[in-house]
Design a protein around this ligand. Structure first.
Ligand code: GLC
Length: 738
């Protein structure tokens, strides 16, 4: 018997060793190994670890990478992908170089690798961080099996200006919602141990305030107070650090005159000294060398010194560190200690990734890991749950399944690429379910589905209007798909207008003029302005750029198989002239009043948005009532419980996203008219009522004051709860000194 138990014990140990994450070393051991390795490294090898170089667009490495890897003078690549390719380059680094330090392979896995999920702004519209965690986990699983270790995501930039094309990559205008999605995405990409199979180390980007670019013009100047930095732009990044994010990326923009890639306040004082972040910071693409353009470095040597001394550990693509590092050390403009600390941080992440123990991808896993049925189902579910129903008069939607003929109109309805959105990873057009295909697949057998393009996305021709109008006239319902192409959003895609490009608005007007029931569906990467449609078309659905399964998801919502439950994560303005426009604004000394000429408003448009933050309808109706507070007053630091009742007063099951806002009406600084401090998605059957409870903690009431302390000031507070940021129930409570 004893022999049997011994054999059993050994078997269990072997099994545990096999399934244990590759990186099962204790932190102290890792630090000892790092220091031992550092002690062996030459200056050239240390500087090599600080260098990331770009692969070829198709995913191959470049010939010079082989030479550098062999000499131990390369730390990382971006865009090199595919298990066979990464293994080839990795094998050279870990078998032929002197110290055999593995490479870390990075790629922009922003909203999917081969299975493409909705753009992040769309996922934010689901107000379901758990969904984003699930999609990030699938993205990591596919990318890891394609030989990648590191994603340059999540993008955490708060954006209040939809002219900025990169608003598409984040979670919108609100710090609280942005922080929730930041943590969820980091958890999804990294899991609890990113050395485990199917995981990636994540990258909080772009640090920081990149979305505050003046004029919404990408890469432009940002100039904002430390209070606004801390109150609005930092929270998603702090949430990422609290969730254990392994890397950061410094941004292109200058912050109050000091470029983010040379900003010691953000890179060292906040990130290292206050937040104790111990991963590494990679620059953005050539943002180190661009310090010369910013005018704070006369040459690349100065740029290298400024960036490294400020806290940028790895240089993406430009080579200032490697080219000028030795001279800077000789001239004492750069210390070996600074270089060692940067190398230490990079090696720490490589150890935590388990790359020293398991440097290679298992090439047999890649084919079976892509586009799995369960991944596609998740993509379809995520896209459907991101859609926002803005209008539905006379219940035009959902489409009646007895409908005999449907006209599908618009250039985006048969476009395989645009619905994937910007930053579509390694997504392939051939894997996209187009909108037309999705509707044809979902429509009842006896329903005739016809298509007319009507016009191009851009361009002035209306030559196709006649065909589209004729088709609408002979159909029971007209579905008009308008919006942007994927290359009109994302990086270097700022727009001076938010109107529908080309002749799409005229196309929508021509179809509406037929008198047929008309539905407009937006395929967009940002808020757009479409006032005439908002005023005249009975049904409007924001479908965003929904990814590989966009067509099926849109059909699921249009036919009512999914009841839309999305809420806007960003304000939709009436006109670009209102921008920046956001819900958590200050009251001003003359808050807008229609009757009072001398108040803060425009003379040519209403001051209110077209659709407010947090807004979204459903195929059913909900009623929020009976707002109650646990107590009328609390002491500073105590918690307060807030409850409401939510009832489904309609005939269909549906989800409502109940939102809680707080206001501090009198404080030592002007405070926003409201700030999101809680939200809950509630599923309700027809007639069902549930009680929803929120707990307001100290952090929900605190703010960064003039002394730069995060404090709760005693006084009266307003609490507001509702189904969007405007339609709310209100109550008051007091905070008193302890
Ligand atoms: C780009 C982007 C950044 C991206 C990086 C690598 O310029 O600013 O978001 O991760 O370069 O592609």
């Amino acid at each position: 018997m004893k022999r049997l138990s011994a054999v059993f014990l050994i078997a269990v140990c072997v099994l545990l060793a096999a399934i244990a994450p590759a990186h099962s070393q204790r932190p102290r051991d890792v630090e000892q190994q790092i220091n031992a390795l550092l002690a062996k490294m030459t200056l050239a090898e240390k500087l090599g670890q600080l260098q990331q170089l770009d692969g070829e667009a198709g995913g191959n490495y470049r010939p010079e990478h082989v030479d550098l890897a062999r000499k131990g003078l390369l730390g990382s690549t971006l865009n090199v992908r595919g298990a066979a390719k990464t293994n080839e380059l990795q094998r050279i680094a870990v078998t032929e170089s002197r110290l055999k330090i593995p490479l870390i392979f990075g790629f922009d896995v922003i909203h999917g690798y081969r299975t493409i999920f909705p753009i992040p702004l769309a996922e934010a519209a689901s107000w379901d961080p758990s969904m984003a965690e699930r999609t990030a986990a699938v993205a990591a699983q596919e990318a890891n099996n394609a030989g990648l270790h590191w994603t340059f995501a999540p993008m955490l930039d708060i954006a209040r200006d939809p002219r900025w094309g990169r608003i598409t990559e984040g979670a919108g205008e609100d710090p609280f919602l942005g922080a929730a999605f930041a943590a969820a995405r980091v958890r999804g990409f990294q899991g609890s141990d990113y050395s485990a199979p199917d995981k990636l180390v994540a990258c909080a980007k772009h640090w920081v305030a990149y979305g505050d670019a003046e004029g919404g013009r990408d890469y432009n100047t940002t100039d904002l107070s430390e209070n606004v930095l801390r109150q609005i732009y930092f929270p998603p990044f702090k949430a990422a650090v609290d969730a254990g994010v392994g890397t950061f990326m410094s941004s292109f923009n200058s912050i109050n005159g000091v470029p983010a890639s040379a900003n010691r306040f953000t890179l060292t004082k906040v990130l290292r000294e206050e937040w104790k972040f111990d991963g590494f910071v990679v620059s953005d693409y050539t943002s180190v060398k661009e310090l010369i353009n910013h005018g704070i470095a006369a040459n690349e040597a100065e740029a290298a010194a400024k960036a490294l001394n400020a806290g940028v550990d790895m240089e993406m693509v430009s080579r200032s560190y490697n080219q000028y590092g030795p001279r800077l050390v000789e001239q004492r403009q750069l210390s070996l200690a600074t270089i060692d600390e940067a190398v230490r941080r990079i090696l720490r992440i490589k150890y935590r990734l388990g790359l020293f123990e398991k440097p290679y991808a298992d090439e047999t896993r890649e084919p079976g890991s892509l586009l799995r049925p369960e991944s596609l189902r998740l993509a379809r579910e995520a896209a459907a749950h991101s859609m926002v129903l803005l209008k539905n008069e006379r219940n035009v939607l959902p489409l009646d399944k007895s409908v005999k003929s449907i006209a599908v109109i618009g250039p985006l309805a048969d476009d395989r690429r645009s619905v994937l959105g910007p930053w579509a990873g390694d997504g392939r057009d051939e894997n996209t379910v187009t909108i037309l295909a999705g509707i044809k697949a979902a429509a009842p057998a006896q329903t005739k589905v016809s298509y007319a393009k009507g016009c191009d996305i851009k361009g002035d021709s209306d030559a196709g209007f006649g065909e589209a109008v004729a088709l609408a006239k002979e159909s029971d319902v007209a579905l008009v798909f308008v919006g942007e192409s994927d290359d009109m959003g994302g990086e270097a895609a700022s727009r001076s207008s938010l109107d529908l490009p080309g002749r799409q608005m005229d196309l929508a007007k021509a179809i509406q003029a037929t008198g047929k029931p008309t539905v407009v569906v937006l395929i967009n990467s940002r808020p757009l302005t479409f006032g005439w449609i908002a005023d005249n078309v009975p049904a409007i659905l924001v479908a965003w750029m929904g990814g590989s399964q966009a067509g099926n998801a849109i059909a699921d919502v249009l036919f009512g198989d999914v009841n839309p439950s999305g809420k806007l994560p960003v304000t939709f303005p009436r006109t670009v002239g209102q921008v920046p426009i956001y819900y958590n604004h200050l009251n001003t000394g003359r808050p807008p009043e229609a009757q009072n000429k001398y108040s803060s408003k425009y003379i040519d448009v209403p001051w209110t948005p077209q659709f407010p933050f947090g807004y979204g309808l459903s195929y059913t109706t909900f009623k929020v009532s009976n707002l109650q507070l646990s107590v009328p007053r609390i002491r500073v630091g105590d918690k307060l419980t807030v409850t409401v009742e939510v009832e489904n007063t309609g005939k269909r099951a549906g989800d409502e996203v109940v939102q809680l806002y707080v206001r501090d009406p009198v404080a030592s600084m002007s405070r926003p008219v409201k700030e999101l401090k809680g939200f809950q998605r509630v599923a309700l059957q027809p007639g069902e009522k549930k009680r929803v409870e929120f707990t307001l903690t100290r952090d929900a009431l605190a703010f960064w004051n003039r002394e730069m302390r995060f404090v709760v000031e005693p006084g009266e507070f307003d609490v507001m709860v509702g189904s969007n940021s405007q339609d709310v129930l209100e109550a008051k409570f007091a905070v008193v000194e302890r």
